[in-house]
Design a protein around this ligand. Sequence first.
Ligand code: HEM
Ligand SMILES: Cc1cnc2ccccc2c1N
Length: 290
Amino acid sequence: VVHIAAVNKDRSFDDYQRIYNTIAEKIREEDEYDGYIGYGPILVRLGWHSSGTYDKNDNTGGSYGGTMRFKLEQSDGANNGLGNARAFMEPILKEFPWISHGDLYTLGAVCAVQELQGPKVKWRPGRVDMPEDTTPKNGRLPDAANGADYVRNFYARLNMNDREAVALTGAHCLGRTHLKNSGFDGPWGAASNSFTNEFFVNLLNEQWKLQKNKAGNMQYDSPKGYMMLETDYALVQDPAYLKIVKEFANNEGAFFKEFASCFQKLLENGIDYPKDAPTYVFKTLDEQDL
Ligand code: HEM
Ligand SMILES: Cc1cnc2ccccc2c1N
């Protein structure tokens, strides 16, 4: 499968910055969502899950076709709860009908990372909505009840190495698990809407206890009420991963640099960009004094 980015000469940086600003202002406005976590974390998850179906072996899946808009993909249990993120995007699609779903879902994720004080993430337009029958089969998104070998294998399908895998998992500094979505519970109170290297600091510094939660699923809980998935905790069980976790826990800049590059790579997996395709770095609302 080949997905060529469509270069739309009628649209400029300002058009996309306007969509960025609309999303960013809506995140700022609707701050009460999910116990005042806000929509940032779930917008990051929407962009990530739109892209996480990619398979480097046949270049299928990924963000290009915007197939997250179809009910087949939405019915994948791993996507439970993302309807709230899609509902958030509905009015944006109405106001800017010229943007593809793939571009909007990935732009929303980049906007959320930046507005939550994370690193600048480069973004390129050109994804083209594909028909429903191009939707990949369910089952390509990862399952949390696994260890390091599974995690390494899963990320290899997305063409991500150990450093990229650890950096991407660092997005679990944001938001929380919801029993009704995934059968995992928490962190309570400690859920955050600031993009930092806290995930790695907590992983190393907290006392973790593997226990069955009230849905009967295994998760790691800490006395402070934090939680980690088994696939999170795998990052300190595997020596190669552990080395990188320590680096990122001690150097937030190194984490930000790696996240910025592999998040862009994740959102662009499977897409061929013509040499005249533009690359955008959006300004935050703060940088525009908005
Ligand atoms: C092995 C890989 C991964 C697994 C098994 C996994 C699993 C999960 C689970 C079970 C949840 C809770 C969903 C819910 O109950 O609402 C979650 C939430 C989340 N994930 Fe991951 N995840 C993985 C990788 C990633 C990556 C690569 C990113 C982004 C770069 C990411 C970003 C998020 C965010 C931001 C949330 C919070 C969403 C919210 O607060 O509503 N995750 N993840
Ligand atoms: C601290 C922490 C750990 N793991 C998570 C997994 C999914 C979503 C959020 C998480 C989170 N805030």
